[in-house]
Write a protein that binds this ligand. Structure first.
Ligand SMILES: [Cu+2]
Length: 439
């Protein structure tokens, strides 16, 4: 019904416009063609100025009105180290292009008004002007050069890989955090339509992969004979410690995907057969980001409009991982929660996750287990953790603290004599990031 009414209104509007045109033509014939044209030009020229003002007010006004929805403004400040530089770069670009935009719009409409048809005026014939050419080539060239040079510097900063001197770590250490001496490495594998997030466990090293081993129990094809794979576990949410440098190995199992963490200004294609990476340092925990959001009225409304007494929008905020490459019909569902926590919370979480190791769940003590019948360090670690947790629960009514045996740094494995097979018996943890090159 509404569609019919809409079509009817459109037809009537069309008829009205045609009729008004006809009336104008008739009126022009009565007044004389020339005068009618001049009158038309005059009113068009004035309307140009009115349109210019309205248009510029609308552009600036709408940008101002929606600024809190844009990344880099208001509540959506960058939550990573390099993101601040990228946001600044966007602002510099916006500053220069903004000036050009306003200036060209004003000139466009002002010229249409200023040089409208007038009695006795003839157009100026100017085939060439060296000075003008120099100005309008030179100024953009200088501005573009500044933007390109600055952009390249930012690109090199943002895309820099970890250094060979930096050590990969599992547990994070309050002394080394933020000092560019250690990093943690996680892996994100995109597939239609989910992300498989792999954590290297306490050794900090991701085990080898072989695509021919991929099956439903082994979604990324981990090589079970590689001891580095023993403690690798898969994550439902991406959990990272604040202040610690993170290297994400990014890859894909099928089509192109894109690993996008908008709040951290992280965005990198996941390409099948061509591993990519991104290195970044989160600077704000989820809690800190929520507190920042709580200062804005639009985040102080109930998260669920049906439940006005429920939690506020800022209280339910979570960082997110999304796929930013249109990869198929369920592309939208490739979304995961990202949590940035304190280093202590991270170490506690890591210790509590060890029992979810993909190897322990799918391979341990089954046919084909390469370590069948041998003791594993990870099993001792898990038992120690369980014991420490139980004891802590017994002695203190407060929530359990970190387990006693938990090493403050990954090389601190003092219990290794008691076990026969351990995660990294040969190289210890002195290995640098060379494993990341062989992905
Ligand atoms: Cu995707």
């Amino acid at each position: 019904m509404t569609i019919l009414i809409g079509i009817l209104i459109l037809i009537i509007l069309g008829v009205i416009i045609v009729q008004v045109g006809k009336i104008n033509e008739l009126a022009a014939k009565l007044r004389g063609e020339k005068k009618a044209r001049r009158d038309n030009n005059e009113s068009n020229a004035r309307l140009m100025l009115v349109f210019m003002v309205l248009f510029l007010v609308f552009c600036v006004g709408s940008a101002w009105y929606y600024k809190n929805m844009m990344l880099g403004y208001g509540p959506h400040e960058s939550a990573s180290l390099h993101g601040v530089e990228l946001d600044y770069l966007f602002n510099v670009t916006l500053f220069f292009t903004g000036i050009v935009f306003v200036a060209t719009q004003i000139l466009l409409f002002w010229f249409a008004f200023r040089y409208r048809e007038q009695e006795g005026r003839k157009a100026l014939y100017m085939p060439h002007d060296n000075k003008l050419e120099l100005i309008w080539t030179g100024i953009p060239a200088i501005v573009m050069s500044i933007l390109v040079v600055y952009g390249l510097a930012a690109w090199n900063d943002t895309m820099a890989d970890v250094d060979t001197k930096e050590l990969v770590t599992g547990f994070v250490n309050a002394e080394t955090i933020g000092k560019d001496s250690t990093y943690i490495e996680v892996e994100a594998t995109g597939m239609q339509f989910l992300w498989v997030l792999r954590h290297p466990g306490r050794d900090g090293k991701l085990g080898e992969r072989d695509y021919t081993l991929i099956n439903s129990a082994n979604p990324v094809g981990q090589v079970w004979t590689d001891p580095k794979n023993i403690d690798d576990f898969h994550m439902d949410e991406l959990i990272l410690p604040v202040g610690q440098k993170v290297r994400v190995r990014i890859t894909s199992r099928d089509v192109l995907h894109n690993f996008d963490l908008p709040h951290f200004r992280v965005k990198m294609d996941a390409v099948p057969g061509f591993p990519t990476y991104f290195v970044f340092t989160p600077t704000l925990t989820t809690e800190q980001y929520r507190e920042n959001l709580s200062r804005y009225p639009e985040w102080n409304v109930p998260a669920d409009p049906e439940d006005p007494t429920g939690p506020k929008r800022w209280e339910t905020f979570e960082y997110e991982l999304a796929c930013a490459e249109l990869c198929g019909k369920s592309h939208y569902s490739m979304k995961k929660i990202v949590k940035i926590v304190s280093p202590e919370e991270y170490n506690e979480w890591l210790a509590s996750m060890e029992h979810t190791s993909q190897y322990l769940r799918e391979v341990r003590n089954k046919v084909g287990d390469p370590f069948l019948g041998r003791k594993l360090l990870i099993e001792k670690n898990i038992a120690d953790y369980e014991k420490a947790k139980e004891e802590a629960e017994k002695t203190a009514p407060e929530p359990a603290p970190a387990p006693e045996g938990e090493p403050a740094n990954p090389g601190d494995e003092t219990d290794t004599e008691e076990t026969e097979v351990e995660v990294e018996s040969e190289e210890g943890s002195t290995e640098t990031n060379e494993s990341s090159d062989s992905q």
